[in-house]
Write a protein that binds this ligand. Structure first.
Ligand code: GLY
Ligand code: MN
Ligand code: MN
Length: 355
């Protein structure tokens, strides 16, 4: 943890800033080890303070390392500005993606220094995971896989998407996860064409596509997994075609993942295969994203991304093809980039399976 604050200090100095603050729970967990919903971390070259209110003080005294814990009352943002001011901060770095406009104003009003958005100053550190972080993500991934196997066994004609989603969350908690890393996506039949559809009252019937996208949290770290199945009988040749194509694109992208590869080129590997087969318009999202303390974090693997893969990054590879009103396919694995290439953390098979 102290090392993380040390590395943050080096990045602050590179950016010409003498101070940093964060009101972001995942970033604060990263810097201090505190997993709670409301806190502020203030860092200068000499000081590191963790500000929280009474509700979190006891927890903070146990969890926080590398920072002085200070209990505050009233507006956390105003107190943060005052602490920065008292520490003599003049050029104050912050991650713009994690701060609201209102928070910015409140901190700025209480501090004579200038608040300077520094995209990546902390997120750039979080992007590359250490072995402990990778182990936690792998553990969350393994637990989610075992839950997926279990809930597949409960599929019966008439079961509703929402019931399966509820069972997933229940099994996560029962088996020792802290909870889901996002609301599970369970979609049957034609509804599988909704890339991020919400589970509803749709009842399962033979011949349905079954798309399940799920992940859990273990020791603060997320997992992410999608598999698409069919129930009972094949919906039609159209489905076999888009499944085979998605799988081919997904495997090609997984093979391509290695250090030095531009994230936009990783996206391009899968996109080109899907485009060449005439389904380019039906793959309207990016190839994947980083996973860590948040389910979606840097780097993004999409056409616009400027990021380049590095050892220690944990990313998803999840192309999909979605035919409105008919059905869709997404296949999602979690990978860690290694010195030599990548290791796939997801172990479940990917061949088309009729349940
Ligand atoms: N679970 C959302 C996603 O796969 O990005
Ligand atoms: Mn997912
Ligand atoms: Mn994902």
């Amino acid at each position: 943890m102290n090392d993380r604050i040390g590395r943050l200090r080096a990045r602050m100095a590179e950016a010409g800033c003498d101070a940093f603050f964060s009101l972001s729970p995942p970033s604060n967990a990263y810097l201090t080890g505190f997993f709670g919903s409301t806190s502020c971390v203030v860092v200068t070259q000499e000081a590191a303070r963790f500000l929280c209110d009474f509700r979190y003080t006891e927890q903070a005294r146990v969890q926080v390392s590398g920072c002085e814990v200070v209990e505050v009352t009233g507006s956390l943002e105003t107190r943060a500005g005052e602490h920065l001011d008292a520490l003599g901060a003049s050029r104050v770095a912050f991650e713009p993606s994690t701060l609201t406009v209102q928070q910015f104003g409140q901190v700025a009003d209480a501090c004579r220094g200038t608040l300077l958005p520094q995209p990546g100053v902390l997120v750039g550190l979080r992007m590359v995971k250490d072995p402990t972080e990778v182990a936690r993500i792998a553990s969350a991934s393994a637990l989610a896989e075992s839950v997926l196997r279990e809930v597949l066994a409960m599929l019966r004609p008439g079961v509703r998407e929402r019931e399966v989603a509820a069972q997933i969350v229940y099994e996560f908690l029962r088996r020792g996860a802290e909870g889901p890393s996002f609301d599970p996506i369970v979609l049957f039949g034609e509804r599988s064409s909704l890339p991020h559809g919400r589970p509803g009252a749709r009842a399962l019937a033979a011949g349905d596509v079954v798309l399940i996208d799920m992940g859990c949290l273990r020791e603060g770290y997320c997992s992410d997994l999608t598999r698409t199945f069919v129930y009972g009988t094949m919906p039609g040749p159209w489905f076999e075609e888009i499944y085979a194509l998605t799988l081919r694109a997904q495997r090609a992208a997984v093979e391509a993942i290695r250090p030095g590869l531009a994230c936009r080129d990783a996206d391009g590997v899968a996109r080109e295969i899907i485009r060449e087969a005439g389904y380019g318009d039906h793959f309207g999202h990016g190839l994947g994203h980083g996973v860590g303390l948040e389910i979606h974090e840097a780097p993004r693997l999409n056409m616009q991304s400027d990021a380049v893969l590095e050892p220690g990054m944990v990313v998803t590879v999840e192309p999909g093809i979605y035919l409105p009103g008919q059905g869709g396919v997404r296949i999602e694995d979690l990978l860690v980039v290694t010195e030599a290439g990548s290791e796939v953390l997801t172990r479940l098979p990917k061949e088309l399976e009729i349940l």
